[in-house]
Design a protein around this ligand. Sequence first.
Ligand code: AMP
Ligand code: FE
Ligand code: FE
Ligand code: ZN
Length: 292
Amino acid sequence: MLIDLHTHSRASDGTQSPAELVRAGVGAGLDVLAITDHDTAEGWDEAAQTAAEVGLTLVRGMEVSTRFRGRGVHLLAYLPDPTYPPLAGELAKILDGRDSRVPAMVDRLRGLGIPITTDDVRRAAGDAAATGRPHVADALVALGAVTDRDEAFRQYLAAGRPAYVDRYAARLPDMIGIVAAAGGVSVVAHPWGRHERTSLDRAALADLAGLGLAGIEVDHQDHDAASRAELRSIARELGLVATGSSDHHGAGKSDHELGCNTTDPDEFARLVALADAAAAGSGRRTPEVVAP
Ligand code: AMP
Ligand code: FE
Ligand code: FE
Ligand code: ZN
């Protein structure tokens, strides 16, 4: 039973359509796949329709941009009602912040002598609901300024690099409450992925568990073996679900192939049970897991 709970489509910064992503999940031998685009439910319908056609279990989720102690934290929200007004309101603000930073990043790059335009970025983003730095990276690749997304981040787009521009993110403790009230469950994504260890230490994770955090993404490519072991022990101690996933972005991110990390079936069952309880308590109309 192969369960991959964190993947991206072209609704955000993946390179596959939601239908292609689901079919690729079948091709990779997955039994369960969660679609978790950044800050949007835009890919859900297409993914759910394809999953029903091909007989794959699909979990509708999203990866919400939040901030905690001054640092960016990605929060996976599974099975919430995306129309719950406080959630829809925060997502709208985040997507707005994503759009309004594009001209600022373009200005920085033009100042560095690269003739990029906002139209180039818009073209690279296609019909994505969430525009991100990977789309700026794709525009830079199309211009021949860099060879791939990774080089674009290293040279220009990563935090601390010359074309980096900050954007709005929701407050993490607030978002955990909003996801629960929307009938969903939240799992902190790759908590020790990019030097976030100092802000999301054991004590902070305990505080967040007290606010209703359901789980920790333990098995992720950004975590080394020692981090995984320590996070697994923290999850066990705090009664949190431990998940594993690929964070697949299609061709947009190497070494993140579907199923490269997976979630234990018992942990997945606990997560779904928590989502069912949250849905019942919320009184919201939440998405069902699409089961074959
Ligand atoms: P943004 O959503 O605009 O803040 O951009 C962050 C996203 O860029 C992350 O969610 C990753 O998917 C992607 N990303 C970050 N670093 C890299 C990299 N080195 N190569 C490819 N994609 C990256
Ligand atoms: Fe991404
Ligand atoms: Fe992430
Ligand atoms: Zn992700």
